[in-house]
Every structure is written in structure tokens, then in C-alpha cells.
Design a protein around this ligand. Structure first.
Ligand code: HEC
Length: 224
């Protein structure tokens, strides 16, 4: 390379390096923040996460909020917010779901899955009612109202007495009738069996029907 060409070439390399550095800098900054696509949305605030973080664990009630409610107060709240669809006693209006009864029907030809017959954990009822009911206004009830309605629904299912008052410590202690009706782990044998991948056949394959041959979809044997 001649001397006169060397300088512009060097300058070009320097420029290219500078451009690369410029391109790489924001990428490095993004990686530092752990955000791959900073142009899409923004990180959720703590308050927003708290608003969504309402799950209650079934078996021990972890996540239940402080509060309490009686089945007695629940009766009126239920009449106001729930009875139009689920019926005054949980029997279900029209085609809306029933939430009482059905005990002993799970193994019958007509299983009726209700809070009383099917649900394994009481805290799940709190979680579900708070996040999903009333159907048209989910997550609109206070913690106290939800405890009261849950107590009422459990009482009409004969799971707690109608004098019951439930809170974050007593609700997880309520034992549901179908508590032991669920299996942990998959009971189907075929999903646990180890598939055979090599030398799976102990004897040579045998032709059991000549149908395919008669239909002319199998080529004849070499001797034929
Ligand atoms: C506008 C009608 C309506 C109202 C009002 C309503 N629900 Fe529901 N509820 C439904 C429907 C529909 C479902 C089924 C939802 C689904 O399967 O996704 C349901 C499901 C349920 C279930 C689950 C039933 C099961 O075992 O699968 C419970 C429990 C329940 N509602 C309780 C309540 C309570 C408590 C209230 C009052 C706070 C209430 N609902 C208000 C319509 C309603």
C-alpha cells in the first residue's frame, strides 16, 4: 500500500471503530438494566405488582389478607352480590352454576362438581371469589366481605356451622369433604413408562394379514 493511501485507510478504520463503539454502547447499557427491548413498555411499579399479586395458596392459605367475616353477614352480602346467578341457597339459577350439593356424585355417571363436592381446599374459595366473582365485577369485594361470603357458601354446604366467623387463620383450617379426592402425580401408567428406543423387538416381524398385498398396495416378494 502506498503512503498516500495509508492515511485515508487508517482514518476509515478509526471511523468504523468509533461507529461500532457508538452502536455497542446503548446495547451494553440495556444489558446492564437487564431489559432486552427497552422501547417496549416499562417495568411494573411495586404498587402495580401488589395489585395483581393476590393469589392465595390452597393447602395452607398463604397469601390470605387480614380480615374476617361471619356466615351471618355473608348471607346478606351473598343475596346482594351472588344469588341472582347462583341461587339463594347456591342451587344455581337457570343455567348458572350450582355451588352446593353433588356430594357422592363424582364417581357416578353424572358427576356434579360443586364447592361442597369437589373443591379440595377452603382458601381457594377465597382466592376464586375475590379474583373472579361477582362475574360482572371481579375483585370488587373487600377482604371482610369476601370472608363473610366464603363463610356463608361453606355454611350452606354444611362444611362450617352458620355461626362461623372466618379469618386468615381459621379459613385454612376448614377441611373440605373432597380433601383427599385428588391424586398427587399422574396416575396414568403410560406417561411414566420409559419408551424403548433400541432393540425393542425380541422376535422377527411376522406378516399377520395379506390384506395389503391383496389390495395391491404392497409390492410382491422378490421370489414372487
Ligand atoms: C352474573 C352472574 C354471576 C354472579 C352475580 C356471580 N357469579 Fe359466580 N359464577 C358465575 C359463572 C358464569 C361461573 C362459572 C365461571 C367459569 O367457569 O369460568 C361462576 C362460578 C362460580 C364459582 C365456581 C363454581 C365451580 O365450582 O366451578 C363460585 C364458587 C362462585 N361462582 C361464587 C360466586 C360468589 C360467591 C358470588 C358473589 C360474590 C358470585 N359467584 C357471583 C356467574 C356469577
Amino acid at each position: 500500500m502506498s503512503r498516500s493511501l495509508e492515511r485515508p485507510a487508517l482514518a476509515f478504520v478509526a471511523l468504523a471503530l468509533a461507529a461500532l463503539a457508538l452502536l455497542a454502547a446503548p446495547a451494553a447499557a440495556q444489558q446492564k438494566q437487564g431489559r432486552k427491548f427497552p422501547e417496549l413498555g416499562r417495568a411494573a411499579t411495586a404498587a402495580e405488582i401488589k395489585g395483581w399479586d393476590i393469589d392465595v395458596r390452597g393447602d395452607d392459605g398463604k397469601g390470605l389478607p387480614k380480615g374476617k367475616g361471619s356466615a351471618k353477614d355473608g348471607e346478606e352480602l351473598y343475596a346482594q352480590h351472588c344469588a341472582a346467578c347462583h341461587g339463594v341457597f347456591g342451587e344455581g339459577e337457570g343455567r348458572w352454576p350450582e355451588i352446593i350439593g353433588g356430594k357422592g356424585t363424582l364417581t357416578s355417571a353424572d358427576p356434579r362438581k360443586t364447592v361442597g363436592s369437589y373443591w379440595p381446599y377452603a382458601p381457594t374459595l377465597f382466592d376464586y371469589v375475590r379474583r373472579a366473582m361477582p362475574f360482572t365485577m371481579p375483585n370488587s369485594l373487600t377482604a371482610d366481605e369476601t370472608y363473610a361470603i366464603v363463610a356463608y357458601v361453606l355454611s350452606i354446604n354444611d362444611i362450617v356451622p352458620d355461626t362461623a366467623v372466618l379469618d386468615e387463620t381459621s379459613l385454612p383450617k376448614v377441611r373440605m369433604p373432597n380433601r383427599d379426592g385428588f391424586l398427587v402425580g399422574d396416575p396414568r401408567p403410560d406417561v411414566k413408562a420409559e419408551p424403548c428406543m433400541t432393540k425393542c423387538r425380541s422376535e422377527a416381524p411376522r406378516v399377520t394379514s395379506d390384506l395389503a398385498q391383496r389390495l395391491g398396495v404392497t409390492p410382491g416378494r422378490p421370489s414372487e
